[in-house]
Design a protein. Structure first.
Length: 273
């Protein structure tokens, strides 16, 4: 019998749709892997799974071996999503309790192997999936994704308050779409305002992990299944994610508690015949 565990589970959340959370999640996971870590990503957005497309794995089906699902691997990243198990255009019509159960099954019934980090791409909002994750799974902490404008911050603050109430550490904030650089003249313009991420960090006393610019290359590469951290790691639009990942690792290293012994439900056991 052999046991393999996940050392750190990182939830990537926003509380609001449309802020680029899934784009940040996949590039952050790839950045952690670029630093030599063993990394997996779990797409917890049951209603709108996007990681299969972002990883260039649409239409893939995970193998089922020894009673567990085998994750789909792309760019050195192990991944699991409800999108691998249903047709791409099939709607998921489930009530809240079923969502929480589906998340637990995707996590526990996947042969993740030995991982340093498992990144969980959470859906928008503060509903059943988020509560199940925090109450049933030993989450090391949450990374909050926001855009600078006040309207986004209203919803994002609710997500932060949820994590505080559920005793989940907020590891830091990533501000997406922070600035736009004109491709013709290079002029920088803060289309969505400025300072939102910094204000959030000050209010919740957490680390400012970085600002991701509004760049067409990030959107095009990620949408096409070749995220910039994987396909253009030396580019300026990949560097922002690599820098954010380095800061995140530093924050995790300062955590006083070791969560690695708290994962009895996600241990994969193989019995020799």
């Amino acid at each position: 019998m052999g046991e393999k565990a996940i050392k750190k589970i990182i939830a990537v959340a926003s509380g609001k749709g449309g802020v680029g959370k899934s784009t940040v999640a996949v590039n952050l996971a790839l950045a952690l892997a670029k630093n030599g870590a063993k990394v997996g990503i779990l797409d917890a957005d049951i209603y709108g799974p996007s990681q299969p497309a972002m990883l260039g794995a649409l239409g893939e089906r995970p193998a089922f071996e020894n009673g567990v699902l085998q994750p789909i691997e792309r760019h050195g990243l192990k991944s699991m999503s409800i999108g691998y198990l249903i047709d791409a255009e099939a709607p998921v019509v489930w009530r809240g309790p079923m969502l929480g159960k589906a998340l637990q099954q995707l996590l526990q019934d996947t042969n993740w192997g030995s991982l340093d980090y498992l990144v969980i791409d959470l859906p928008p909002g503060t509903g059943d999936v988020q509560i199940t994750l925090c109450q049933k799974i030993a989450v090391s902490g949450a990374v909050i994704v926001t855009t600078p404008q006040d309207l986004a911050l209203l919803d994002v603050k609710r997500a932060c308050e949820m994590f505080v109430k559920l005793s989940v550490p907020i590891l830091g904030v990533i501000e997406n779409m922070s600035v736009y650089h004109c491709s013709q003249c290079g002029h920088a313009e803060q289309i969505f305002g400025a300072g939102g991420g910094a204000k959030l960090c000050q209010q919740f006393q957490c680390e400012y992990l970085g600002a991701i610019p509004l760049m067409m290359q990030i959107r095009e590469m990620t949408d096409s299944g070749t995220p910039p951290v994987a396909s253009a790691p030396d580019s300026p639009y990949a560097k922002v994610f690599l820098d954010a990942a380095a800061k995140l690792v530093a924050v995790l290293a300062k955590q006083p508690k070791d969560f690695s012994s708290s994962f009895p439900k996600i241990v994969v056991e193989h019995t020799k015949k």
